[in-house]
Design a protein around this ligand. Sequence first.
Ligand code: SF4
Ligand code: SF4
Length: 630
Amino acid sequence: MVKAKVLLEDSVGKKVLLLANEAIARGVLEAGVRLVALYPGTPSSEIGNSLYQMSPHIPNFYFEFSANEKVALEVAGASAISGARSMMVCKGPGLNVAADPLLTLAYVGIRAGLVIVVADDPSMWSSQNENDSRYYALMGNLPLMEPSDPSEAKSMLLVAYDLSEQLELPILFRTTTRVNHSRSGVEYGPIRDRPEYVQFEKDPLRFVPVPSVARKRHPWLLEQMEKARSISESTELNFTIGSGELGIITSGVSYNYVLESLKILGVDAEVFKIGVTNPLPERMICDFLRRHKKTIIVEELEPFLETQIRSFAQHHSIDVEIYGKQQGFFPRVYEYSPRIVTTAISKIIGCNTPINWDDIDERAQSLPDLPPRPPLLCPGCPHRASYYGIRAVTRGKAIYPSDIGCYTLSIAPPLETADILFDMGSSISTACGIARVTNQDVVATIGDSTFFASGLPGLASAVYNQHPIALVILDNRTTAMTGHQPHPGTGITGMQKHVEPLDIEKVCRGLGVEYVKTIDPLDSLTSLVAEVRELVKWVRENKRPGVLISKAPCALLTVAERRRSGITVPPYYVDPDLCTACRRCLDRLACPAMYLDSETGKAVIDETLCTSCGTCVYVCPHKAILQKEE
Ligand code: SF4
Ligand code: SF4
C-alpha cells in the first residue's frame, strides 16, 4: 500500500502509481470531503486503510470505522444533510445492510455531496455472493457511476460530488474487485479545503419522511432523476471511442477487456463506454444503436445494461441485432477476462481468434502445479484452539452456525465447525431458528467485529425469546479478515485516538445474558474444553442462551507486537524420539506450521511458521511437542 504521506502530498500535476482504492482515498482530499464512515469489506478495504493512515493529518476531517454499514450510511447521510461533503464505503453485501437508510436518503436528499462507494466482487474472491449492486440504483432511483481504472476512479469521484450537489441526491459509485485492486498512474489535482463546522438547518417537512412528507418527496425524486437523465445525455463520462460497423456498449472494468479484445482480434468497432450507468443516456444509446446493425453489450454479472438497452431498442423500434447474455454469448457468473470477451466477440462476428487458447491450456497443464494452499486459519490462530475445544466437547454432533470472518475457515477438516452461514451476524439468529425446531445442541460462533456489526440484535432477540443456544464469541481484538481495522471493542478510533473499548462481557450482560464467561483459549486447551463443556451443559439445562468469550489477539497481531517490542519467544518442536507418528496433532488440530516427515511419518514443526501459541502441546498424547530453550 502507498504510504499516507504520498497520498497527502499537495503537489498538483504529480503522477503517482496508485490502486483504485488509494486513488479514491486521494479523491476524498481533492473533493474536500469532510466526513467518511465505513465498515471494512474486501475489495474496498484499502480505501479505509488509507484514510485511517491519513486521517490525523487532514485538517477538519473526520473518519470512522462504524459498527456496520447501516450505521456508516446514517452517519454519512446526516453529515451530508448538515451541509458537509461526506462518503460511505462498503462492499456489495454491505450495501444490503445499508439498504434501509439508502432508499430513504434518496427521498429526503442531501445538501452537500454524498457519495456511496460500493465495491462488488464478481467471482466472489472474498464474498458470500456476487451482489450486483447496480440494481439498488434502479430500485432506489439513485444516480450510478462506474469507473474503469484508478485514474478514472479519482476523476469520476470529483464529478460525482458535483453531480450529487447539483441533484441534491446521493450518488452510488460502484467499483469491482479488478478495478479496486488494479494499479495505474493517477495525476494529482488541487486539495480542496474542508469547513471546520457547518450549520444544520432544520427542515422537518423534508428530512422527517412521515408518510405525508414521503408522498411529496417521491415525485420530487422522480423529477431529480429526469434531471439526472439529461445530465447523463451530455456528460463526458459517457463517450464513444473508435469507429466501425460493429458497435459495443460496455461499462466498468469490461471496457478494458473490450479494448484489449479488439486489439487481439484486429477488429474495428465503435465502443460506447458508459460511466453514468443510471439513469442511462437513452437518446445517446438509441443513436448509437441506429448507427450499428450489430451491437454487442459487454458487462459482468447481471444483464443490467442489456435488459434496459433491449427495451430502448424495442420502444424506439430500432432495427438492430443486440448480442449479449440473452443468447448465451456472455456468462452471468464470475469475473470476465480478455479471453472470455475475445472468445464471445469472435463468435458473434464470426472470426477466428489469433490466439490458440487450447494450446495455452495444454501448455499450462504440462506445467507443474503450484502447491495447493487451501484457505486455512493461520498458524497460532486462537480460533483453532477454540474450535478444537468446541469439537472435542460436541464431537461433531452439535450444529455449528458460523458467521462472516476468518473463523468461517473452520468449515475445513479437521475442525468442521461451520454448518450454516447467511450473512454478517446471522450465526446467532440462525442458531435460534435451529435450536427451536431441533433437539440438538447448537453452538454458534461469531467474531468480535461481526458481533458489534450485526450480532447485537440477534443476541437481544435470543435472550428475550429464550432460545437455547451456546454462543462462543471469538474475540481476537480486531477485524482480522479485512486487514486488522479497529472496531468498538479495540480501543482505537478511525482518527487514531485511544478510547475506552466496549467490553463484550458487559455488553452481553447488559443484553440480559445470564451465563457469560471470558477465557483465554491459549491458556490451556484442557481448561478451554472444560469451559465449553460447562457452557453447553448450562444451555441444555437452562434452555436459555449462554455466552463464552474466547479472547486472545489474532496471531498476526501477536507476532507484529513481539517484533515491535523486540521480544523473541522460542518456537515449539517435535521430539522424534517421543513422537509415535500417531498423527493426532495433524488430524485433530492441523496447524499449518506442522507437517509429516514423508520418510519417518512423524510430525515436524516448521519453526519459521510456528508462532509459539502452544496449542499443539495439549493435543499430543505422548508429550512429544516441546518448546525450545531460550
Ligand atoms: S505452537 Fe504448535 S499450534 Fe502453535 S503455531 Fe506452533 S506448531 Fe502451531
Ligand atoms: S500427536 Fe504427538 S506423537 Fe502424534 S504425531 Fe503428533 S507429535 Fe507425534
